[in-house]
Design a protein around this ligand. Structure first.
Ligand SMILES: [Zn+2]
Ligand SMILES: [Zn+2]
Length: 335
């Protein structure tokens, strides 16, 4: 009997040690991560057409940092959460939260979180878009506490995190989607009790609504070039600003552009949108959907700052918009 108890105790100790090591590996931030974080903290966003060499070098250093930890095949989730880019992203989430909470201005401030995740603040209204990371860390959930509104372009995991959506609804925040089939709406409803359903808004395509302090409009689009899959372009009017988020969508017809009116900020998927840049004539463009960690090395190479800037350089017609490539955690003020 004594031997049996001893064996159990030994197994428990081994398990505890192993979990301790796993936890340590998760929270430990290697020098490389801290160094690039410091470089980012010392740099500020610059507009594409007048970007300094120093800033260009920082963007390319960030590309390298991502590519260094990439693999030929897409990483498994368990590998991703121990990877350096995931650690860096987790660190900046804390900073974004503090900055958003500390900001209260007449101007619109926009922070870049990850992939197509963005937080915008105007006066006391905090509007979040597509907040999701590879796996929702506790830092991402804490950041989502700042959101009064969450816009979700579609249900893919790199745009929609069920844990974030649940948390925002339970904080009495509002969720805004445009979903013709109703399947996505049902999956969001299933996350919370019926008491919160009135805060889920499923828009009719092309129709403007007033919700709380903002006006919203959703336009149904194709998901990339897949006809059978939906996505929504979502437009938000807050104060004097009109912000448009494209998700992974391509507009079905050019005439849809007219529904949007004057666009102040286009939160653009850099993979699918470049062709529409001129038609939209947005004042500001923030290119998104780069460095999405759930992909293999080739995808990450194609969707990096370097290849995006190369694409822009090759663009023949001039673009009137101010284009701001942002790194995770950075923000710009929209005037
Ligand atoms: Zn998608
Ligand atoms: Zn996507």
């Amino acid at each position: 009997m004594k031997k049996f108890v001893k064996e159990i105790l030994e197994s428990i100790i081994v398990l505890l040690l192993l979990s301790g090591l796993l936890l340590l590996g998760y929270v430990y931030n290697p020098k490389k991560v801290l160094r690039i974080k410091e470089n980012l903290d010392n740099s500020s966003p610059e507009e594409y057409s007048s970007m300094s060499l120093e800033r260009q070098n920082l963007l390319s250093e960030f590309d390298d940092f991502i590519l260094e930890s990439s693999t030929k095949e897409a990483k498994k989730l368990i590998q991703l959460i121990y990877s350096n880019p995931y650690k860096l992203n987790r660190l900046v989430l804390n900073d974004i939260k503090k900055e958003v909470e500390g900001y209260s201005g007449e101007l619109l401030e926009i922070w870049y979180v990850y992939n197509m995740g963005v937080v915008a603040k105007h006066k006391e209204d905090v509007i979040c878009f597509d907040l999701s990371t590879v796996i929702a860390s506790s830092n991402l959930l804490k950041l989502s506490d700042v959101c009064n509104y969450l816009f979700i372009s579609h249900g893919d995991g790199d745009h929609f995190s069920s844990r974030v959506a649940k948390r925002i609804l339970e904080n009495n925040g509002k969720i805004i989607i445009q979903d013709d089939t109703g399947i996505f709406e049902e999956s969001i409803k299933a996350l919370v009790s019926e008491d919160y359903w009135e805060n889920i808004y499923n828009l009719d395509s092309g129709k403007e609504y007033s919700i709380g302090n903002i006006n919203v409009l959703g336009i149904k689009t194709m998901h990339r070039m897949q006809e059978e899959k939906d996505n929504a372009w979502l437009s938000v009017k807050v104060g004097k600003y009109n912000i448009v988020h494209t998700g992974d969508g391509v507009l079905d017809s050019h005439s849809d552009v007219n529904l949007l009116g004057n666009v102040d900020v286009l939160l653009a998927n850099s993979i699918v949108v470049p062709l529409s840049l001129k038609d939209l004539n947005a004042k500001y463009i923030i290119p998104l959907h780069m460095h999405e960690l759930g992909h293999d090395r080739e995808f990450l190479k194609e969707n990096s700052f370097s290849s995006y800037l190369e694409k822009l350089n090759g663009f023949e017609e001039s673009i009137g918009s101010k284009i701001y490539p942002l790194v995770w955690g950075e923000s710009i003020e929209v005037v």
